[in-house]
Design a protein around this ligand. Structure first.
Ligand SMILES: Nc1ncnc2c1ncn2[C@@H]1O[C@H](COP(=O)(O)OP(=O)(O)O)[C@@H](O)[C@H]1O
Ligand SMILES: [Mg+2]
Length: 377
C-alpha cells in the first residue's frame, strides 16, 4: 500500500467515531453515513453524508468515495451493501454475514446448524405459540424481537402465562421468537478479529455486567477460572470462523450456573465490550477493525496492564449530551473519560464511557464508580 486508504462507514455513532479516530490515526480518509447531522463520527470524519443507514443512494455515494465499506450498526441494509459489493466496492464483513446476524432468529438457526451451543429457542407468532414454548422451556421466557433490537429494547421477560399478552403488546408490530431463560452466573464476551487474508486474532475474555439488559461495566480479564476462559475463547473463535468477511466481531456469551458456556449473540462489528482495548491492549479493537478490513497485518491483542475496567456513561435524564461534573470526574486519577459528542442525553442512552487500568479490578471498579458518581448526564 503506498497511499492512504479511503474508509466508508455506515453509521456515525460512538462506534463509528472511535473507528474513524483510529483510521485518522493511520492517516486514512473517512466518510460516514448517518441521519443525524454532526453525528459523533461526523465530528471527526472527513465527510458525513446525512441520510438513513438504509438509504440506497447515500450508500452508493459512500461507496463511490471509498476503497472499502464497513458498518457500525446492524440497522445497515445488507441488500444494498450486497449490490454495492457486486458493483466492485469491497465490503467487510460480507453483507451475507450482516444478513444472518441482523435477524436474531436466523442467527440462532445458523449457530445451531454450526453446532455452536446457545439457549434453546423457538419461532413464535401468536399467544398460542408462546404458550407452547413455555410448555417446552418453562417460565420465565425471553420474548425477543428478531430485528432492530439493541440495549435490551427488543426483549421482554415473560414470567408467567399472564405476561404473554403484555409482551405481545409491548413488542407489537415486530417479528418475534422466544428463548429459554438462561440461568447464568456471569456474562462473558470475546472480541475476535479476522483479516481479509483469513488470519485470526483474539482478545482476552471479559466479563460484562448488565443493568436493565444494557451493558454497564466490563472487567478484563474476566475473573473466572482459566478453564472457563479457554472454553469461551474457543467458542468465540469457532463462532467467527463460520462467518464470512473480515473485521472485528463481538461474541456475547453466558456462563451458566452449571459452568457451561453458551453463545448469546454475535455482533459483526466492534462492540461495547471491547472499548477497554483503547487503553488496555496493544492494538485497540477499532484500529484492529481498520487493519482487518484493509487487508493489513493484524496488531497484537495483548492486555497491557494486569486489569482494565470500563464503565458506560448511560444517560439518566433528558438533557444536554455533555455532562455536568466533568472537572471532578477528571480529578479521579487514572480514569480516562470518553464523551461521544451526542447532542442530547436520554434515559439509558450510551453517552460516553470511563476506563481505568491497573493491577486489581476491584480497586479499578471503585475508581470508575467514583468518577461516574461525580458526573450528571
Ligand atoms: N435467554 C436469556 N436468558 C437470560 N438472560 C438473557 C437471555 N437473553 C438475553 N438476556 C439478557 O438480556 C441482555 C440483552 O439481551 P440480548 O439478546 O443480548 O439483546 P441486545 O441485542 O439488546 O444486546 C443480555 O445481555 C442478558 O443480560
Ligand atoms: Mg446483546
Amino acid at each position: 500500500m503506498d497511499k492512504p486508504l479511503r474508509i466508508g462507514i455506515v453509521g456515525g455513532g460512538q462506534l463509528g467515531k472511535m473507528l474513524t479516530q483510529s483510521a485518522k490515526q493511520l492517516g486514512f480518509f473517512v466518510a460516514v453515513v448517518d441521519p443525524t447531522p454532526g453525528s459523533p463520527a461526523g465530528q471527526v470524519a472527513d465527510k458525513q453524508i446525512v441520510a438513513d443507514y438504509k438509504d440506497e443512494a447515500a450508500i452508493r455515494e459512500l461507496a463511490a468515495l471509498s476503497d472499502v465499506l464497513t458498518f457500525e450498526i446492524e440497522l445497515a441494509n445488507d441488500e444494498v451493501l450486497l449490490a454495492v459489493m457486486k458493483n466492485g466496492t469491497k465490503v467487510h464483513p460480507y453483507p451475507e454475514t450482516l444478513g444472518i446476524i441482523r435477524d436474531k432468529l436466523k442467527q440462532k438457526y445458523f449457530l445451531k446448524q454450526n453446532r455452536i451451543p446457545t439457549a434453546r429457542f423457538m419461532a413464535v407468532e401468536t399467544e398460542k405459540d408462546i404458550l407452547a414454548a413455555s410448555q417446552k422451556f418453562g417460565f420465565p421466557l425471553l420474548l425477543k424481537a428478531r430485528t432492530d433490537a439493541y440495549d435490551g429494547r427488543g426483549n421482554f421477560v415473560v414470567k408467567s402465562r399472564g405476561d404473554i399478552k403484555r409482551g405481545l403488546t409491548r413488542l407489537s408490530g415486530r417479528t418475534l421468537y422466544v428463548e429459554e431463560y438462561v440461568s447464568f452466573s456471569k456474562e462473558l464476551a470475546v472480541m475476535v478479529a479476522r483479516s481479509v487474508s483469513g488470519k485470526l486474532a483474539v482478545y482476552p475474555v471479559v466479563e460484562t455486567i448488565h443493568q436493565d439488559n444494557i451493558c454497564d461495566t466490563v472487567i478484563a480479564p474476566a475473573p473466572v477460572a482459566e478453564k472457563v476462559q479457554n472454553r469461551a475463547e474457543h467458542l468465540a473463535l469457532r463462532s467467527v470462523r463460520v462467518l464470512k468477511g473480515a473485521g472485528v466481531f463481538g461474541v456475547e456469551m453466558f456462563l451458566t450456573t452449571d459452568n457451561a458456556v453458551l453463545v448469546n449473540e454475535i455482533a459483526p462489528r466492534v462492540h461495547n465490550s471491547g472499548h477497554y482495548t483503547i487503553e488496555g491492549c496493544v492494538t485497540s479493537q477499532f484500529e484492529q477493525h481498520i487493519r482487518a478490513i484493509s487487508d493489513l497485518p493484524l496488531g497484537k491483542t495483548t492486555l497491557l496492564p494486569k486489569a482494565v475496567v470500563m464503565k458506560n456513561l448511560l444517560g439518566t435524564r433528558n438533557g444536554a449530551g455533555f455532562p455536568k461534573g466533568f472537572d471532578k470526574a477528571l480529578s479521579v486519577l487514572g480514569v480516562s473519560l470518553h464523551i461521544y459528542g451526542k447532542q442530547e442525553s436520554r434515559l439509558n442512552r450510551k453517552m460516553g464511557h470511563l476506563t481505568a487500568v491497573g493491577d486489581d479490578y476491584k480497586s479499578l471498579l471503585r475508581k470508575v464508580r467514583k468518577a461516574r458518581r461525580s458526573l450528571l448526564i
